[in-house]
Each structure stands twice: as C-alpha cells, then as structure tokens.
Design a binder for this molecule. Structure first.
Ligand code: ZN
Length: 141
C-alpha cells in the first residue's frame, strides 16, 4: 500500500466516524431514499434547491464505511453546484470508482474531483463500487 492510499484510507475512516452534513435538513425541497441491497447500505438524502443550484445537502443512513464516507463527501462536494455541475461530477466519480474514464488526468475536462479522489481505491474492490455510488445515484434520482 502506497503512502497516498494509507492517507486516503484515513480520510475515509474519518468521514465514516464523523460524517459531515449529517441529519435531516430543515427547509429541504427534496428528499430521496437510496438502498444498496448488496451490502445493506441505506441512506436518506435531503436537498435544498435554490433555482438550479444545490444550496444545501444533508444525509442520514446506516451502512458500511465506504457508503457513509461517500455520502459525507458527496454532500459537501455538491453544495453550491448547479444541477448540471453535480451531474458532471457524478459521471467523473463513477469513472473513478469503476476504473474507467480519465478521472484524475491533468487534461481531463469537467468538474475536478478534488478530495473525492480518495475513492480511487474502490476501483480495485468491484463489490464495493455500489457502496461508493449509492449516494450519487440517490442524488441523481
Ligand atoms: Zn456498503
């Protein structure tokens, strides 16, 4: 394991232990539930839309560390983004965790993944991909 994957592991564990944006969102304009039956992950996602912009995003749920950390980081990442920007970010994230696409390349177009790159290791764990994308699929819904 390289130094960076050890660091990534630590970031994931930290988000799992102390999830950001956790708990029901007052004044939410959207509520959506997501389930990953393969692993037993469940989450509820609250969004407050301000026109086309995601003004705020919260989640609550139970599941494995990857699903919780992913939801924690996703809610932070999409805040302030337009619907189209969030969709573009989801596509890049999906590319990252499935090992397809040019998620981190210097010449890559679209939304930079930034801290979401900590999920790159999931590409080596095919059975965990659904855990990582659950929050994003729920957002998409
Ligand atoms: Zn899971």
């Amino acid at each position: 394991m390289s130094d960076s994957s050890a660091l990534y592991q630590e970031i994931l564990l930290d988000h799992n232990r102390r999830p950001r944006n956790y708990g029901p969102l007052v004044n939410a304009t959207r509520v959506e539930r997501g389930v990953n039956p393969l692993c037993g992950d469940e989450l509820t996602l609250w969004l407050r839309m301000d026109g086309d912009v995601i003004a705020d995003a919260h989640f609550e749920g139970s599941g494995c560390a990857i699903s919780r950390a992913s939801a924690s980081m996703m809610t932070g990442a999409v805040k302030g983004k337009t619907r189209a920007e969030a969709e573009a970010l989801m596509e890049r994230f999906r590319g990252l965790v499935t090992g397809h696409g040019d998620a981190g390349g210097a010449g890559a177009a679209g939304e930079p993944l930034g801290g979401l790159k900590v999920f790159a290791g999931v590409a080596r764990l095919p059975q965990r991909v659904k855990c990582a994308v659950l929050a994003w699929h729920t957002l998409h819904s």
